[in-house]
Design a protein around this ligand. Structure first.
Ligand code: ADP
Ligand code: ZN
Length: 202
């Protein structure tokens, strides 16, 4: 990526569906910053407790220490202002204030790298990534592999259970699908199986 350095900050967004390597790419960029002896601050939202409380973790088990926060505003209170690079994972759980906070951090000269889902389980744009894309200097779209047909996958398929916007889960709840195999919402047969299985529970 050719971004002219100096003291001007900027925003980089890494977006795509689940399993597309967003966390891996975020960790890769942050590791490179550390190798360059830059001071790095890493944040993740508290809601994402799937794997580890104080680390960001990829599905392939790459890990990096992070501070756990409740909303984006907390970054401004907890950040060591000497940090030159700021990483944020799971941006979709951070709330809309992330757009303003990321802008302030970039305005103060920091390289801000944000990873998050760009679409939800219905295939709709997923806040706050669309607004961040409009603010960003650099955008990377990561694609997964469709588990049905092997084509490049841009969708996160929810497999069962709920029509809430945010339902935390990994392989048992979601899979990657391409535009042809994606079924917005919850696949009917999967839902029937899920309800039947729950009825059988004591
Ligand atoms: P994300 O942050 O986008 O959810 P991760 O960086 O956590 O993605 O995980 C990416 C890794 O997930 C891949 O390197 C691969 O090992 C694994 N993986 C599991 N299922 C898939 C899939 N359907 N397509 C691509 N990678 C997958
Ligand atoms: Zn497919």
């Amino acid at each position: 990526m050719d971004i002219i350095t100096g003291n001007a900050g900027w925003i980089e967004v890494i977006c795509g569906p689940m399993f597309s390597g967003k966390s891996e790419e975020l960790i890769r960029r942050l590791r490179r910053a550390m190798i360059a002896r830059k001071r790095v601050a890493v944040f993740k939202p508290v809601i994402d407790d799937r794997y580890s409380a104080e680390e960001i973790v990829s599905h392939g088990d790459l890990r990096m220490q992070s501070q756990v926060i409740h909303d984006a505003g907390e970054m401004l209170e907890r950040i060591d202002w000497r940090a030159e690079v700021v990483g944020v994972d799971e941006a979709n759980f951070m709330g809309p204030s992330l757009v303003e906070v990321a802008g302030r951090l970039a305005d103060s000269g920091k390289q801000v790298i944000i990873a998050g889902l760009d679409t939800d389980y219905l295939g709709r744009p997923f806040a706050p990534i669309p607004d961040l894309l409009a603010q960003a200097e650099s955008i990377t779209k990561t694609l997964a592999v469709c588990v049905r047909c092997g084509n490049p996958a841009k969708h996160t398929q929810r497999l069962r259970g709920s029509d809430e916007l945010i339902v935390v889960g990994a392989k048992d709840m979601y899979e990657a699908r391409c535009r042809r195999c994606f079924e917005p919402g919850i696949p009917k047969q999967q839902e029937i199986d899920f309800v039947k299985a729950r009825r059988r529970e004591p």
